[in-house]
Design a protein around this ligand. Structure first.
Ligand code: PHE
Length: 511
């Protein structure tokens, strides 16, 4: 069987055969201009075909510091100083004078001087009343320390444990002078087996290099016979096209966070609603075109809805017929329970907030109550670039004592501010269930125009009295369009895009 190896492995094997002795992996890597990992993976290949092996060795590596490297080049301070003295024949000289004449840095001068003194090459004396230095030695041969230092001329580092006792004490001396550092390391030494040393390179076949593994290679197992090209991690990868959260869902989550951060709780209500909660409880007269205006989808199955407790139905009926307890005169017509029982797809989430008022009554709750809902509503509208038959409303109410219109404006302003819209305006509006009523618009910089976002107001007594909510307790209410906001946020001109899901946009916008 011919041996099959990757090109790099063959190169490593060749280098090892030429060496004839164990080689340190990192040194071989430097020599062959390969990375360490590439060399070690070649060694792994060699191990697999029983041509090579490696062993680990703990070493204590001694190498020079920046200062040590400087002295290796220019001589130790004591050598620098004595050389200057000898060259200028300064056998006896005033210390300060020598400092000046030598031109050495103060630090080097004093370190040099103190070592010259401990070498007994010079002496310092103030006996004559003057601080003087005298040369006292005859010869100035290379010291053991200098000899040891010169080993670093052809080696970057030396293994401490490979040194003699004397050399080890020199290392300790150099260490004290901060000229060397010591580092523990694990060396990997590569060896060849007998077979590895003897095998002829010409008998080895080179694995074919490929950049991709195909499914056929995987299923047949033939991928093992190829050398996979290394990856270039700096190249851009393919675009990931996995499942992502839809941008509109992300926006809804962002809105949730905002209301929750303002102390609101989320509520949800049924999509299939009774006319009672969608219209009657909101004081919309049964014969009023308002119900038609909403272009309601009525349902034939289920055809009728269950109404709340009789006394609450009666309370709503009375507000319509004569104002009931609310202090108004009502609409003055005969209210029909069967009309209220009709089922429909809710046309607004105000139905859901009115249900919250019913619960408030039933559970005898106390203010303040702050709730919001972000939910789907339905209107029988012709779909075009700015209208959908199903869309989403951002609805909310605050039940509170003595709450006012400026509280309402404050909440709405804060919400849009957090959404990134600083400028909002309110205009008087009309809804059968609020008084006063306000339309809300926000300013959109990119289009340099005001865009209508929805309605709001304070629920009329005719709406709140049936649920036991009376002055000074009031209910602030609003209902805003989500898709409008989404169009601005995502820069879409056609509202349908939000749900038709153009794939390019989704990939760009989702995360
Ligand atoms: N329900 C209204 C709509 O659908 C918005 C609104 C909600 C107005 C609450 C006033 C109070 O347009």
């Amino acid at each position: 069987m011919p041996v099959l190896l990757r090109k790099q492995t063959i190169n490593v094997l060749k280098a090892l055969q030429e060496k004839k002795s164990d080689v340190v992996a990192s040194e071989l890597a430097d020599e062959l201009n390969m990375t360490y990992i590439v060399v070690m993976s070649a060694v792994n290949d060699l191990i697999e075909v029983k041509l090579g092996n490696f062993k680990e060795e703990e070493i204590d590596q001694v190498s020079l510091t920046v200062e040590g490297l400087d002295y290796l080049k220019n001589g130790l301070p004591e050598r620098q100083l004595i050389n200057i003295m000898l060259k200028n024949k300064l056998k006896e000289i005033n210390t300060q004078e020598l400092l000046k004449q030598s031109g050495l840095e103060k630090k080097i001068f004093y370190v040099g001087l103190s070592n010259l003194k401990s070498n007994r090459w010079v002496a310092q004396s103030k006996a004559s009343g003057e601080d003087k230095i005298f040369i006292i030695a005859e010869s100035f041969e290379e010291t053991p320390l200098e000899l040891f230092l010169s080993h670093f001329k052809d080696k970057k580092s030396i293994d401490y444990y490979g040194l003699s006792k004397e050399e080890q004490s020199l290392v300790n001396l150099l260490n004290k002078r901060k000229l060397i550092t010591r580092k523990r390391k694990t060396l990997r030494k590569i060896t060849l087996t007998k077979k590895g040393r003897e095998i002829e390179l010409s008998k080895i076949n080179e694995l074919q290099q490929v950049s991709k593994i195909t499914s056929t290679m995987l299923s047949s197992g033939s991928w093992k016979d190829y050398d996979l090209k290394p990856f270039d991690v700096s190249k851009p990868g393919p675009l990931l096209k996995g499942g992502k959260i839809h941008p509109v869902i992300n926006l809804i989550n962002e809105i949730r966070e905002i209301f929750i951060s303002l102390g609101f709780t989320e509520i949800r209500g049924p999509i299939i609603e009774s006319a009672f909660f969608n219209f009657d409880a909101l004081f919309q007269p049964q014969d009023h075109p308002a119900r038609e205006m909403h272009d309601t989808f009525y349902l034939s199955n289920p055809k009728t809805a269950k109404l709340p407790d009789k006394d609450r139905v009666t309370a709503v009926k009375e507000t319509h017929e004569n104002g009931g307890e609310s202090g108004s005169k009502g609409w003055g017509y005969q209210w029909d329970e069967n009309v209220a029982k009709k089922t429909l797809l809710r046309t607004h989430t105000t139905a859901t907030t009115v249900r919250r008022l019913a619960r408030y009554y039933q559970e005898n709750e106390k203010p303040p109550i702050k709730v919001f809902s972000i939910d789907r509503v339905f209107r029988n509208e012709k779909v075009d670039k700015s209208h959908l038959a199903e869309f989403t409303q951002i609805e909310g109410i605050v039940i509170g004592d003595n709450v006012t219109l400026s509280d309402l404006i404050g909440i709405i302003k804060e919400f849009y501010k957090k959404m990134g819209f600083e400028k909002i305006v309110t205009r008087p509006g009309f809804f059968p269930y609020t008084e006063p009523s306000m339309e809300i618009s926000v300013f959109y910089d990119k289009l340099n125009s005001w865009i209508e976002m929805g309605g709001s107001g304070i629920f009329r007594p005719e709406v709140t009295y049936p649920w036991g909510i009376k002055n000074p307790t009031r209910v602030l209410a609003w209902g805003l369009g989500l898709e409008r906001l989404a169009m601005l946020k995502f820069g879409r001109k056609d509202i349908r895009d939000l749900y038709v899901n153009p794939i390019k946009w989704l990939r760009h916008e989702s995360y």
